[in-house]
Design a binder for this molecule. Structure first.
Ligand SMILES: NC(=O)C1=CN([C@@H]2O[C@H](COP(=O)(O)OP(=O)(O)OC[C@H]3O[C@@H](n4cnc5c(N)ncnc54)[C@H](O)[C@@H]3O)[C@@H](O)[C@H]2O)C=CC1
Ligand SMILES: NCC(=O)COP(=O)(O)O
Length: 344
């Protein structure tokens, strides 16, 4: 979206704390510090003032902070990074997890979603979490995507279709049909219904949120050469072919199963608008290879807007000033654009 068309005032975007030992604090501070140059819309972070101040000092960034409520954030944004204190004070230890911080990480996500529900924010941008750190603290969801689905059910009962992960970049949009699932469990979890349900959400959201008229969805095969007519695995014929037929019968421009190894070269990518992979790495590898710095993780199917950078916590970069902020800023811009489709 042209930056000039981005509204500089209005309701803000809510940013989550993310893993405090990761690069989330760096991204938040750097994005605010460069807000004018980058033309970013207003945002606030639900995090911890002490931790952010300590990280800003390490990065030698002269950031002015203001502790405020979500309603006050947009007015503060031009002169200060608005911080909505969420949870107790934390000590900044880049690269070193503090198990006690997990509760704040989770509380921040919950509170940002509630802010959207209450009408204080246009959507949320999540800073990266360390999933295994949260699992140790008994977090029951595989990742944000599934957790946000549960929060949607709680806050907007009956309005969730199903949370669907999309990695969207200027040159490639992809969706993994199964998400945070061990590879060995993929064939069992991959059902005709799951593929159809996921593809319907993708087609619907690409139309209603991203302005595609009749998005072309290309489904990857599961097995090498899409199963080679059953000789290299039966799921392609037994599960994916009937799913594609059902989708076509509904008027969705679906095709496949296509051999996944030849779906991502430049000429092949011209033939579809979104590639649906059968498992996480099948489509996230090409998406991050082609567009690591400018792709955004956006959750489809939710009754609210959620975006995120496409990368993780990058512990070794935390507090060094070396983390690139491009994907994080693209996530903020996308959240804003989805809330203001007239600017698209
Ligand atoms: N949305 C989320 O919350 C996500 C969280 N994760 C979590 O992040 C943790 C670490 O995962 P990894 O697989 O190591 O992925 P990662 O994305 O943190 O790091 C992969 C590589 O990319 C580099 N990198 C990442 N972000 C960068 C940036 N902004 N600028 C420059 N270089 C960058 C890192 O230094 C590393 O070499 C895991 O616990 C994982 O669960 C991973 C992806 C998304
Ligand atoms: N590899 C991307 C990823 O796993 C992000 O997951 P989520 O936390 O956004 O659900």
């Amino acid at each position: 979206m042209p930056r000039s068309k981005m509204r500089s005032s209005g309701k803000p975007v809510a940013i989550t704390l993310g893993e405090p030992a990761g690069i989330g604090p760096d991204l938040t501070l750097q994005a605010w510090f460069n807000r004018k140059r980058l033309g970013l819309p207003p945002f606030y972070v639900r995090g911890d003032l002490q931790l952010l101040s300590q990280r800003a000092e390490k990065l030698e960034l002269p950031v002015h902070f203001e502790s405020c409520s979500p309603e006050q954030a947009s007015d503060r944004f031009s002169h200060a990074l608005p911080v909505v204190q969420t949870g107790p004070s934390l000590t900044d230890t880049p690269g070193e997890e503090d198990p006690a911080a997990a509760a704040s990480v989770i509380a921040s996500i919950e509170a940002c979603v509630k802010d959207v529900f209450d009408g204080f924010a246009i959507g949320i941008v999540t800073n990266p979490i360390n999933k295994s750190a949260l699992y140790k603290a008994s977090f029951k969801h595989p990742g944000h995507t599934e957790f946000l689905g549960a929060l949607a059910e709680e806050n907007w009962p009956g309005q969730l279709s199903k949370p669907v992960m999309m990695i969207a970049g200027p040159d490639l949009m992809v969706v993994p049909v199964t998400i945070h699932v061990p590879l060995s469990a993929v064939p069992q979890q991959l059902t005709e219904d799951l593929i159809v349900e996921t593809a319907k959400i993708v087609a619907n959201d690409m139309t209603s949120r991203f302005g595609f008229k009749n998005p072309r969805l290309a489904l990857c095969g599961l097995n090498p050469h899409a199963g080679e007519n059953g000789a290299l695995g039966t799921e392609d014929q037994d599960v994916i072919v009937p799913a594609v037929e059902r989708l076509k019968a509904m008027g969705i421009a679906a095709s496949g199963p296509h051999p996944a190894d030849t779906m991502f070269h430049p000429e092949a990518r011209l033939k579809y608008d979104c590639a649906l992979g059968m498992y996480h790495d099948q489509v996230l590898v090409p998406a991050k290879t082609i567009g690591f710095d400018d792709s955004v993780n956006v959750t489809l199917g939710l009754p609210f807007i959620r975006t995120s950078p496409d990368h993780g916590t990058a512990y070794t970069l935390a507090g060094t000033g070396m983390a690139r902020i491009d994907s994080f800023c693209a996530a903020i811009r996308m959240a804003h654009a989805l809330a203001h489709p007239e600017t698209l």
